[in-house]
Design a protein around this ligand. Structure first.
Ligand SMILES: [Zn+2]
Length: 412
């Protein structure tokens, strides 16, 4: 087998810094019939770091068709805190950039239009680019103009040729999810006005490393990003970062404000402060990544011990949140439906299905009083407060809440 090349700088990558074994796609929820028919495929999940540009990435082990085929189980509109985050972002942007009826907002990977609808409600013209047909159709149905296609340099050129130019271009949780990060970023200069702003949000590698958030690693999450590396990627497209905000979303994310290199924006001090923080945390040193696997093993061992103890004490463990990150976590710990009896999730698209790999059944949270678990494991730990509030009822029979990384924590 040939050594894989870095998806940004094309340098050959060395050995994996973390090998999570063979895993199914994190969004490949199964019906019981799929399982009976043996329709589950697994692919190696390995994390590597490029010694040249320091981009942390997973291997391209999955045929791209397998990733985007079939039912796309993730509809963004189901998390309340995420919707509130988007509403705030839209309101802040309208104020900060003075957007109005003559402005244009573009979102790449616009999903079901959950974000653009807030701009549209404020009277700002919007356009979404979304490669998944069924989610784009939901956006169209609520009046959010959406083109069904991938965003890349060809799409950027095509939009520009049609006279399209945006005052604000937004990409939330998409930069980390594109296989060709360089080709993707190359599309932005074509669609951004000379004084326009590009905002990008992505989970921050610094948080993944500091808090051992290895559950954020999955096949479709190709790159694990720092300011350090993203500045280099943007530079290849003639773009630069002029401001940055650190967000609590997804367990710690960055929102970068970017512009054309020659645009008149003055760089905020926050940018330099973050560059320094990343260096101090060792993100510029390869050794930081090569020691990550041992820290992951500690978390996995602690969780397996927790499950063993629960079984010994005759306690019934259920989970909450059928999210991608939960699947990586459960599968890399070898968890099955014998350890975790079910997972509650509010998305009707997931209820009645089985989690990929672990085959834990997904149930409507309304069924919690029938299952009556003793321990409720919160898989999307970043939504812990929201979930504990939603599931408060389980306390009636003494059920306790559990979160795992970086340590197992049980809350009554
Ligand atoms: Zn590289």
């Amino acid at each position: 087998m040939t050594e894989p090349a870095c998806r940004f700088c094309r340098a050959p990558l060395g050995l994996p810094v973390l090998d999570l074994g063979s895993q199914p796609l994190s969004n490949a929820y199964l019906s019981p019939a799929d399982l009976a028919a043996g329709r589950e495929r697994s692919f190696p999940l390995r994390l590597r770091v490029c010694a040249c540009c320091l981009l942390v990435q997973v291997d391209d082990s999955v045929p791209p068709k397998a990733i985007f085929d079939g039912d796309y189980a993730y509809f963004s509109s189901f998390s309340e805190s995420w919707l509130a985050h988007c509403r705030r972002y839209a309101a802040d942007s309208v104020a900060r950039f003075g957007l109005g009826p003559t402005s244009q907002v573009l979102e790449v990977a616009s999903n079901d239009g959950y974000l653009l609808q807030f701009f549209a409600d404020a009277g700002v013209p919007v356009l979404g680019i979304e490669p998944t047909a069924n989610t784009a159709a939901v956006a169209q149905a609520k009046g959010v103009p959406t083109e069904v296609r991938f965003f890349d340099e060809a799409t950027g050129r095509d939009l520009a040729a049609r006279g399209f130019a945006a005052d604000l271009v937004h990409g939330a949780n998409v930069l980390a999810h594109v296989p060709d990060i360089r080709g993707f970023v190359a599309g932005f200069p074509h669609v951004l006005k000379a004084d326009g702003t590009l905002t990008l949000e992505f989970p921050h590698l610094l948080c993944m490393i500091e808090r051992v958030q290895f559950d954020t690693i999955y096949h479709e999450h190709f790159s694990y990003l720092s300011l350090l590396v993203v500045e280099a990627v943007l530079g290849t497209a003639g773009l630069r970062v002029y401001d940055v905000e650190r967000l609590q979303t997804h367990g710690g994310s960055l929102r970068l404000f970017c512009c054309h290199v020659e645009a008149p924006f003055i760089e905020a001090q926050a940018v330099d402060r973050l560059r320094l923080a990343e260096r101090e945390a060792g993100l510029a040193d390869v050794a930081t990544y090569t020691t990550f696997a041992a820290r992951v093993d500690d978390v996995r061992r602690a969780f397996v011990t927790f499950l063993d103890d629960a079984r010994r004490d005759g306690l019934r463990v259920a989970a909450y949140g059928a999210a991608a990150k939960g699947n990586t976590f459960l599968n890399s710990c070898g968890t099955t439906a014998e350890d975790v009896v079910c997972v509650f999730d509010r998305s009707p698209h997931k209820q009645g299905k089985l989690l990929p790999g672990s085959h834990v059944p997904v149930l409507d949270p309304a069924k919690a009083s029938e299952v009556r678990p003793d321990l409720l494991l919160i898989l999307p730990w970043n939504l812990r407060t929201e979930i504990m509030r939603q599931m408060d009822d389980v306390r009636r029979w003494g059920c306790r809440f559990v979160t795992v990384a970086p340590e197992v924590e049980v809350t009554a």
